[in-house]
Design a binder for this molecule. Structure first.
Ligand code: ZN
Length: 146
């Protein structure tokens, strides 16, 4: 995969949702233009907003995508069982793709460690102003350049 400008690269499985939502958005927008249908226009714009939000790793996009393609889809199926096929072909892959990418939205946000770099990890002696990479109290060596 080519390099990206974002710090975290988009997980491969998330591209399924991005591509499906992007194509759906294009279809909905062209339908909206052909029939001047406001509902299709809104749905198309939501699709594109989700594509951008998902690519950038925004949590609101994750929550909306899961809600639209999970609980909301379930309600639509109950109300209109004839729409089952399109749901299975479009909404289910998006839901699975987004759910499998959960760590992209909610992981790696917290700092890995809360270790104070100015204190010896072995004895707690303050290391401020050291000129050699070694603790003067306990003799612990460090890898950090001085
Ligand atoms: Zn020490």
């Amino acid at each position: 995969m080519s390099s990206t400008t974002t710090e975290r690269s988009i997980p491969g499985v998330l591209w399924i949702a991005v591509v499906i939502l992007g194509v759906s958005g294009l279809i909905l927008l062209s339908l909206a233009l052909a029939r001047s249908n406001g509902r299709h226009l809104l749905a198309g714009l939501v699709c594109f907003a989700l594509v951008v939000g998902l690519c950038l790793g925004h949590r609101w996009a994750y929550v909306l995508a899961v809600f639209f393609h999970g609980p909301l889809t379930l309600i639509v199926i109950v109300l209109n069982p004839r729409g089952m096929l399109s749901v299975l072909l479009i909404n289910l892959p998006v839901l699975v793709s987004v759910l499998l990418s959960t760590s992209y939205f909610f992981g790696t946000q917290k700092p890995r460690a809360l270790v104070n770099p100015l204190v010896c990890p072995r004895c707690g002696y303050t290391l401020l102003g050291l000129t050699v990479p070694r603790c003067p109290e306990c003799g612990q060596q460090f890898d950090i350049p001085m």
